[in-house]
Design a protein around this ligand. Structure first.
Ligand code: FES
Length: 226
Protein backbone atom coordinates (compact mmCIF):
# COMPACT_ATOMS: atom_id res chain seq x y z
CA UNK A 1 0.00 0.00 0.00
CA UNK A 2 1.27 3.44 -0.88
CA UNK A 3 2.60 5.31 2.09
CA UNK A 4 1.27 8.86 1.79
CA UNK A 5 3.09 10.27 4.77
CA UNK A 6 6.24 12.31 4.46
CA UNK A 7 8.56 12.59 7.40
CA UNK A 8 8.99 16.22 8.31
CA UNK A 9 12.74 15.85 8.66
CA UNK A 10 12.88 15.66 4.85
CA UNK A 11 11.42 19.12 4.51
CA UNK A 12 12.60 21.03 7.55
CA UNK A 13 14.30 24.06 6.06
CA UNK A 14 14.88 26.01 9.21
CA UNK A 15 15.55 25.14 12.77
CA UNK A 16 17.72 26.48 15.53
CA UNK A 17 15.60 29.54 16.08
CA UNK A 18 16.03 29.16 19.75
CA UNK A 19 16.81 31.25 22.79
CA UNK A 20 20.43 31.46 23.79
CA UNK A 21 21.33 30.69 27.37
CA UNK A 22 20.12 33.28 29.79
CA UNK A 23 23.03 35.52 30.62
CA UNK A 24 21.56 37.17 33.69
CA UNK A 25 18.37 37.18 35.69
CA UNK A 26 15.38 38.84 34.11
CA UNK A 27 17.10 39.35 30.79
CA UNK A 28 17.00 37.08 27.78
CA UNK A 29 19.00 37.26 24.61
CA UNK A 30 17.66 35.49 21.60
CA UNK A 31 19.20 34.25 18.42
CA UNK A 32 16.95 35.11 15.51
CA UNK A 33 17.76 33.11 12.37
CA UNK A 34 17.53 34.73 8.96
CA UNK A 35 14.71 32.46 7.90
CA UNK A 36 12.56 34.04 10.59
CA UNK A 37 12.46 37.36 8.77
CA UNK A 38 11.41 36.21 5.32
CA UNK A 39 9.39 38.94 3.67
CA UNK A 40 6.91 39.40 0.81
CA UNK A 41 7.24 36.75 -1.84
CA UNK A 42 8.96 34.43 0.53
CA UNK A 43 6.11 31.96 0.56
CA UNK A 44 6.24 31.27 -3.17
CA UNK A 45 10.00 31.04 -3.06
CA UNK A 46 9.81 28.72 -0.10
CA UNK A 47 7.34 26.39 -1.80
CA UNK A 48 8.96 26.43 -5.23
CA UNK A 49 12.45 25.74 -3.89
CA UNK A 50 11.14 22.95 -1.76
CA UNK A 51 9.24 21.28 -4.59
CA UNK A 52 12.16 21.63 -7.01
CA UNK A 53 14.40 19.78 -4.60
CA UNK A 54 12.09 16.82 -4.26
CA UNK A 55 11.89 13.84 -6.55
CA UNK A 56 8.63 13.68 -8.58
CA UNK A 57 6.88 11.33 -6.17
CA UNK A 58 7.73 13.54 -3.23
CA UNK A 59 6.63 16.64 -5.09
CA UNK A 60 3.21 15.17 -5.80
CA UNK A 61 2.84 14.17 -2.17
CA UNK A 62 3.84 17.68 -1.09
CA UNK A 63 0.65 19.02 -2.59
CA UNK A 64 -1.52 17.44 0.05
CA UNK A 65 -0.22 14.47 1.96
CA UNK A 66 -0.04 14.70 5.74
CA UNK A 67 3.39 15.18 7.28
CA UNK A 68 4.75 13.77 10.51
CA UNK A 69 6.91 15.80 12.86
CA UNK A 70 8.92 14.22 15.67
CA UNK A 71 9.32 16.78 18.45
CA UNK A 72 11.34 14.57 20.78
CA UNK A 73 14.59 16.45 20.14
CA UNK A 74 13.21 19.97 20.24
CA UNK A 75 14.59 22.28 22.87
CA UNK A 76 12.50 24.71 24.94
CA UNK A 77 11.82 27.85 22.95
CA UNK A 78 12.90 26.27 19.65
CA UNK A 79 10.93 26.95 16.48
CA UNK A 80 11.17 24.72 13.44
CA UNK A 81 9.62 25.19 10.04
CA UNK A 82 8.11 22.35 8.01
CA UNK A 83 5.94 22.28 4.91
CA UNK A 84 2.44 20.99 4.22
CA UNK A 85 0.26 21.68 1.16
CA UNK A 86 2.96 24.08 -0.08
CA UNK A 87 2.49 26.14 3.06
CA UNK A 88 5.10 26.76 5.76
CA UNK A 89 4.21 25.28 9.12
CA UNK A 90 5.56 26.41 12.48
CA UNK A 91 6.24 23.97 15.28
CA UNK A 92 7.18 25.86 18.44
CA UNK A 93 8.12 24.28 21.75
CA UNK A 94 6.71 26.84 24.17
CA UNK A 95 8.34 27.37 27.52
CA UNK A 96 6.25 27.80 30.71
CA UNK A 97 6.89 31.57 30.75
CA UNK A 98 5.62 31.81 27.17
CA UNK A 99 2.41 30.00 28.15
CA UNK A 100 1.95 32.35 31.10
CA UNK A 101 1.91 35.39 28.83
CA UNK A 102 -1.12 34.01 26.97
CA UNK A 103 -3.52 34.59 29.85
CA UNK A 104 -2.21 38.00 30.94
CA UNK A 105 -5.12 40.49 31.01
CA UNK A 106 -2.80 43.15 29.61
CA UNK A 107 -2.35 40.97 26.50
CA UNK A 108 -5.91 39.67 26.21
CA UNK A 109 -7.42 43.14 26.02
CA UNK A 110 -5.15 43.96 23.06
CA UNK A 111 -6.26 40.98 20.93
CA UNK A 112 -8.83 41.09 18.12
CA UNK A 113 -10.12 37.57 18.74
CA UNK A 114 -8.81 36.43 22.14
CA UNK A 115 -11.24 33.51 22.40
CA UNK A 116 -10.57 32.27 18.87
CA UNK A 117 -14.20 32.57 17.78
CA UNK A 118 -13.33 32.97 14.11
CA UNK A 119 -13.02 29.82 12.02
CA UNK A 120 -9.24 29.75 12.10
CA UNK A 121 -8.82 26.29 13.66
CA UNK A 122 -10.42 22.97 12.70
CA UNK A 123 -12.42 22.26 15.87
CA UNK A 124 -13.04 23.39 19.44
CA UNK A 125 -10.30 21.19 20.86
CA UNK A 126 -7.75 23.25 18.91
CA UNK A 127 -8.74 26.38 20.87
CA UNK A 128 -8.07 24.86 24.33
CA UNK A 129 -8.41 28.11 26.27
CA UNK A 130 -5.62 30.49 25.36
CA UNK A 131 -3.31 27.82 23.96
CA UNK A 132 -4.70 27.11 20.46
CA UNK A 133 -2.98 23.73 20.69
CA UNK A 134 -3.89 20.18 21.68
CA UNK A 135 -0.86 20.17 23.98
CA UNK A 136 -0.02 23.58 25.39
CA UNK A 137 3.74 23.14 25.14
CA UNK A 138 3.78 22.33 21.41
CA UNK A 139 2.25 25.00 19.19
CA UNK A 140 1.57 24.16 15.54
CA UNK A 141 0.32 26.78 13.06
CA UNK A 142 0.43 27.79 9.40
CA UNK A 143 3.25 30.34 9.24
CA UNK A 144 1.42 32.91 7.12
CA UNK A 145 0.28 36.37 8.14
CA UNK A 146 -3.47 36.81 7.60
CA UNK A 147 -2.92 40.20 5.99
CA UNK A 148 -0.99 39.43 2.78
CA UNK A 149 0.56 36.05 3.56
CA UNK A 150 4.11 37.01 4.53
CA UNK A 151 5.90 34.74 6.98
CA UNK A 152 6.01 36.55 10.34
CA UNK A 153 9.29 36.63 12.24
CA UNK A 154 9.69 34.80 15.53
CA UNK A 155 10.22 37.54 18.11
CA UNK A 156 10.22 35.79 21.51
CA UNK A 157 12.16 38.39 23.49
CA UNK A 158 9.85 40.61 25.57
CA UNK A 159 9.86 44.39 24.98
CA UNK A 160 11.61 44.13 21.63
CA UNK A 161 8.76 45.04 19.27
CA UNK A 162 6.93 47.50 21.55
CA UNK A 163 7.49 48.44 25.21
CA UNK A 164 4.59 46.16 26.22
CA UNK A 165 5.60 43.31 23.88
CA UNK A 166 5.25 39.95 25.71
CA UNK A 167 6.92 37.95 22.93
CA UNK A 168 5.37 36.31 19.88
CA UNK A 169 5.50 36.82 16.12
CA UNK A 170 5.91 40.07 14.19
CA UNK A 171 5.25 40.41 10.48
CA UNK A 172 7.99 42.44 8.80
CA UNK A 173 5.83 43.37 5.81
CA UNK A 174 3.31 45.76 7.38
CA UNK A 175 3.80 45.29 11.09
CA UNK A 176 1.12 42.83 12.18
CA UNK A 177 1.71 41.43 15.65
CA UNK A 178 0.74 38.03 17.06
CA UNK A 179 1.17 36.44 20.49
CA UNK A 180 2.69 33.00 21.17
CA UNK A 181 -0.64 31.46 20.12
CA UNK A 182 -0.58 33.47 16.86
CA UNK A 183 -3.59 35.54 17.96
CA UNK A 184 -3.56 38.87 16.21
CA UNK A 185 -3.12 42.13 18.13
CA UNK A 186 -5.50 45.09 17.68
CA UNK A 187 -4.11 47.76 15.36
CA UNK A 188 -2.47 45.18 13.10
CA UNK A 189 -3.49 45.21 9.43
CA UNK A 190 -4.01 41.45 9.65
CA UNK A 191 -7.70 40.73 10.33
CA UNK A 192 -7.59 37.25 11.84
CA UNK A 193 -5.63 34.90 14.04
CA UNK A 194 -3.19 32.70 12.14
CA UNK A 195 -4.71 29.36 11.08
CA UNK A 196 -4.06 26.14 12.95
CA UNK A 197 -3.84 23.16 10.58
CA UNK A 198 -5.64 19.88 11.28
CA UNK A 199 -3.36 17.54 13.21
CA UNK A 200 -3.30 14.91 15.91
CA UNK A 201 -0.70 13.23 18.09
CA UNK A 202 0.09 9.89 16.47
CA UNK A 203 2.45 8.96 19.30
CA UNK A 204 3.71 10.76 22.39
CA UNK A 205 6.28 12.61 20.30
CA UNK A 206 5.03 12.49 16.71
CA UNK A 207 2.42 14.94 15.45
CA UNK A 208 0.68 14.08 12.20
CA UNK A 209 -0.26 17.29 10.41
CA UNK A 210 -2.98 17.33 7.75
CA UNK A 211 -5.87 15.46 9.39
CA UNK A 212 -7.34 15.29 12.88
CA UNK A 213 -7.48 11.52 13.31
CA UNK A 214 -6.22 8.28 11.78
CA UNK A 215 -9.35 8.05 9.63
CA UNK A 216 -8.32 11.21 7.77
CA UNK A 217 -11.03 13.42 9.23
CA UNK A 218 -10.89 17.11 8.28
CA UNK A 219 -8.03 16.70 5.82
CA UNK A 220 -9.78 19.19 3.52
CA UNK A 221 -10.68 21.68 6.26
CA UNK A 222 -9.74 25.27 5.54
CA UNK A 223 -9.96 28.43 7.65
CA UNK A 224 -11.86 31.65 6.85
CA UNK A 225 -8.75 33.26 5.42
CA UNK A 226 -8.20 30.78 2.52
S1 FES B 1 1.57 40.68 5.22
FE1 FES B 1 1.84 40.69 7.37
S2 FES B 1 1.31 42.68 7.94
FE2 FES B 1 0.99 42.67 5.79
Amino acid sequence: MKNETRQAEEVVVMDSIRPEQQTDKGRRNFLIAAAGVLGAGAVGLFADTLIENMNPGKAVEALGAPIEVDVSRMEPGQLILAEWKKKPIWILKREPWMLQTLSEPSLLRRLKDPRSKQNQQPAAQFINGNYRALRPEIFIAVALCTHMQCIPAYRPAPHTVTPWWPGGFHCPCHGSMYDFSARVVEGSPAPLNIPIPPYYWKTNTVARIGEINAAGLDKDWSPDIW
